[in-house]
Design a binder for this molecule. Structure first.
Ligand SMILES: [Zn+2]
Length: 387
C-alpha cells in the first residue's frame, strides 16, 4: 500500500506520520496516522503477542517488529516517523515512568516492569532508526478517554468536562477538561478506586456483601463491584443456596424466574473456570436476555450509576461516558444496561442541577471504541513533549 503523505520539517527531520501503540497484557496493537492525527492510515491495526511475561525488553522487541510491519505496509522509512506514542495498562507518570503493574508480567516478573518504559523504547528505536524519534508513553484509560473526546469534539476549544470510564477486568477512567486529560498531581481519574458506600435504595441487594475487597488492598472501592472480578465474587454467592434464594425472591416480584438450564450451565462452568463463567453471564444476559444474568449485571450498572452520582457534585460534567467490554454487547442489551445505570443515578442523585440529560451530566456509551493507540498520539501532541 502506498500512501501520499504530506511531509513537514520537525526539528530538522522531514516527517509524515505518527505511530500509536496499544500495549495490553496479551497483545500489542499498532496503528498510524498523518501528522494531524485526523487520518488513520491502516485499514486494520497490526497485532502481535505482547510477551509481557518476560519483562519489558522482550515486549519492546515486539513493538519494534510491529512498527517495521506498519512501515512496510505503508512503504515508508523510519526517518519519516514523527513520533511514537504507546499506552500501557498501568498507572504511570507524565513522562511514561510505570509506577506499578497490576496487569503486566507474572507474579515473578512484575517488578521488571517498574521502569521508564518510554525511555527504554526510545533508546531501542534510536538504534534501529539511526536517529532520535520522540516516544511518549501514557496510561491506557487516559488515552482511551482522550480519543473519545477527539471523536466527539475534534480539536475544538469549546469548554467541556467529561468523565470517561472503561469497565472490564478492572474499572479505569479519566477526567477530560476542555479537551485535555486532567492529571492533578499525577493520578487523578483513578475512578475505580473511589470508595462508595452502598446507595440506600439498593441496600437490601448488597446486604450480604457490604465490604468487598478491591485488588488495590482497600475495601469498598467501586471497582470491587463494577468489574469482572466483582462479578466473579458475586457469581460465587449467587450460585450458592443463599444467593439463589435471594435472587429468586427478587425476580418473582417482577414476574421473572431463574432458568434452570442456564443456572446449571453456569454452575458447571464456575467449577472449571470462574472467569469463563463470568464471561458467560454477559453472553446469556445479552443473547438470551436471561433474568438471573441480568440481575447480576444490574449490580455492575447500579454501581456505575452510584459512581456518577458521587462524582457529579465534584465535577458537574457535561458527560459521563461508558467504555470498555460492555460496549461490545448488542444494541438492545446496551439499552437495558445503560437504562439501569441511569435509573440508579436518578435514584441516588436528588439535586435537580445534576439531573442527567443531554448536555448536563448526560450518561452515554463510548463512541470511539477505545482507540487508545490514537489517544496516545493525541496525548503526546497535547503534552508538547513531542511535536
Ligand atoms: Zn481499590
Amino acid at each position: 500500500m502506498s500512501v501520499n503523505l504530506e511531509k513537514q520539517n520537525f526539528n530538522g527531520r522531514m516527517v509524515s506520520l505518527r505511530i500509536g501503540v496499544d500495549l495490553g497484557g496479551n497483545d500489542v496493537k499498532l496503528g498510524a496516522t498523518d501528522l494531524s492525527a485526523q487520518k488513520k492510515l491502516l485499514p486494520e491495526l497490526v497485532k502481535k503477542p505482547s510477551l509481557t511475561q518476560d519483562g519489558p525488553q522482550r515486549t519492546i522487541g515486539q513493538i519494534v517488529d510491529g512498527i517495521k510491519e506498519v512501515l512496510a505496509q505503508l512503504s515508508v522509512d523510519w526517518s519519516e516517523v514523527a513520533t511514537i506514542a504507546v499506552t500501557v495498562p498501568c498507572p504511570c507518570t507524565h513522562d511514561g515512568h510505570i509506577l506499578n503493574v497490576p496487569n503486566l508480567g507474572t507474579p515473578e516478573t512484575k517488578h521488571l516492569w517498574e521502569v521508564p518504559f518510554g525511555e527504554l523504547l526510545a533508546a531501542e528505536v534510536s538504534k534501529i532508526a539511526a536517529g532520535e524519534i520522540p516516544v511518549f508513553a501514557c496510561n491506557d484509560a487516559n488515552a482511551a478517554g482522550q480519543d473519545e473526546d477527539f471523536e466527539r469534539f475534534g480539536n475544538s476549544n469549546q469548554p467541556r468536562t467529561s468523565v470517561f470510564i472503561t469497565t472490564g477486568t478492572g474499572l479505569g477512567g479519566c477526567v477530560i477538561s476542555d479537551g485535555g486529560v486532567f492529571f492533578g498531581l499525577g493520578q487523578a481519574g483513578e475512578l475505580g478506586h473511589t470508595k462508595i458506600s452502598v446507595p440506600a435504595p439498593y441496600a437490601d441487594r448488597f446486604a450480604s456483601d457490604p465490604f468487598p475487597q478491591c485488588g488495590c488492598g482497600a475495601k469498598g472501592c467501586v471497582e470491587a463491584r463494577a468489574s469482572l472480578s466483582g462479578l466473579i465474587r458475586r457469581l460465587g454467592w449467587a450460585l450458592g443456596d443463599e444467593g439463589k434464594a435471594f435472587i429468586q425472591r427478587d425476580l418473582e416480584k417482577h414476574d421473572k424466574h431463574i432458568d434452570a438450564e442456564i443456572f446449571s450451565t453456569l454452575s458447571q462452568l464456575y467449577e472449571q473456570s470462574t472467569k469463563k463463567a463470568a464471561y458467560n453471564v454477559r453472553t446469556f444476559a445479552d443473547e438470551r436476555q436471561d433474568a438471573f444474568c441480568r440481575w447480576l449485571l444490574d449490580d455492575w450498572a447500579i454501581m456505575l450509576g452510584a459512581l456518577f452520582a458521587s462524582v457529579a457534585p465534584v465535577l458537574h460534567p457535561d458527560l459521563f461516558i461508558i467504555g470498555g467490554g460492555m460496549t461490545e454487547m448488542s444494541v438492545s442489551a446496551r439499552d437495558w444496561f445503560i437504562s439501569v445505570v441511569r435509573e440508579s443515578y436518578a435514584q441516588i442523585n436528588q439535586q435537580s442541577c445534576f439531573d442527567s440529560q443531554p448536555g448536563n451530566c448526560e450518561i452515554d456509551w463510548s463512541v470511539s471504541r477505545d482507540q487508545g493507540w490514537r489517544g496516545a498520539i493525541l496525548m503526546g501532541m497535547r503534552a508538547h513533549q513531542i511535536q
